[in-house]
Design a protein. Structure first.
Length: 318
């Protein structure tokens, strides 16, 4: 993947009204596309992504391709991309996560570049759904990116400059869209509570066309002292049973142990600006230990093919 100089305009330097209008149009003007043919399975391009890290393919950003990504997910469930986001941007991205989460936690009547939710959110998430979602994020130390259009538009420009729009179009076989509910800014709270193992397809739908971009902005995972991801490094072809789990969309730890004796869970180490790419069938959870000393910053963005986007996640046109 070609990685040109990234483009990122800090939210504070943007024109708030223009970004709010742009994001509102992306949400309100999204229209489901006719079904697109799924791209065929292919082998990775020569020289791309043979190394494994904790059982997952590991590539540099420059070596990432749609064919290599597709092969990695088909064979191992996910791909680790090293150094996707340049180090020069990490402080600014952590700062905007802090500011958006703080603004969403105490919104009041204040509207600025870190909290300016478009009115259409209430139309798309009616009957208290928006309030419940905000409470969930507030309690878990996260915030929906759509609450801050200046931040959302800045990130879309950054993603485009990193070549991700082209990559995901090639991978999905059609134009990608995003989601209000599944575009999240995260800062884990300590101590970390034991979260359920899950596949996002359990609540988004099993027959969708998806790719998730998870970018940690803290060194995390393994023995680093900050929570990364616990993952099962295997390709699943279906939604795993929720028998014995706390929620109907989660998988019990006992089931994980019994289902995957040959590919037990691992917790890869990530550096700031790395990325983990996976789809809605990948089994994972926030890394669980009782001795973490540092929180983990991350940006999570789910992308869907326009013909197979889950409507319950409120699609956003890109």
């Amino acid at each position: 993947m070609h990685t040109p100089q990234p483009e990122f305009v800090a939210p504070i330097r943007r024109i708030r009204a223009q970004d709010a209008e742009r994001l509102s149009a992306r949400i309100s003007h999204w229209q489901e596309a006719p079904p697109a043919p799924r791209p065929p399975a292919t082998a990775p391009e020569e020289g791309h992504g043979a190394a494994l890290c904790n059982g997952l393919p590991e590539v540099s950003a420059a070596a990432l391709s749609a064919a290599g990504l597709r092969h990695g997910i088909q064979t191992h469930g996910a791909v680790i991309v090293r150094d996707l986001v340049p180090a020069s941007l990490h402080p600014a991205l952590r700062d905007l996560i802090d500011r958006v989460i703080a603004a969403c936690a105490s919104p009041g009547d204040r509207h600025d570049c870190y909290f300016d939710p478009p009115d259409i959110l209430r139309q798309k998430m009616p009957g208290g759904e928006l309030g419940r979602s905000r409470a969930f994020h507030r309690d878990s130390g996260s915030a929906m990116c759509a609450e801050a259009p200046c931040v959302a538009e800045s990130l879309l420009e950054l993603y485009g400059s990193l070549g991700l729009r082209t990559l995901f179009t090639d991978y999905l076989g059609e134009a990608p869209c995003l989601s209000v509910k599944k575009w999240v800014l995260r800062k884990t709270r300590l101590p970390v509570h034991q979260a359920g193992w899950h596949q996002d397809g359990a609540f988004m739908g099993e027959y969708i066309n998806s790719i998730n971009l998870w970018i940690p902005l803290t060194r995390c995972g393994g023995e680093t002292g900050a929570p990364g991801m616990d993952v099962v490094p295997a390709r699943l072809q279906r939604i795993v049973s929720a028998d014995g789990a706390l929620f109907d969309w989660s998988v019990s730890s006992e089931s994980v142990s019994s289902y995957f004796p040959r590919t037990p869970p691992v917790a890869p180490v990530f550096n700031p600006g790395d990325a983990l790419l996976f789809d809605h069938l990948f089994l994972h959870r926030t890394q669980y230990r009782t001795d973490f000393q540092r929180p983990r910053y991350a940006i999570e963005t789910w992308f869907f093919g326009e013909s197979a986007a889950p409507l319950n996640q409120v699609p956003i046109r890109w």
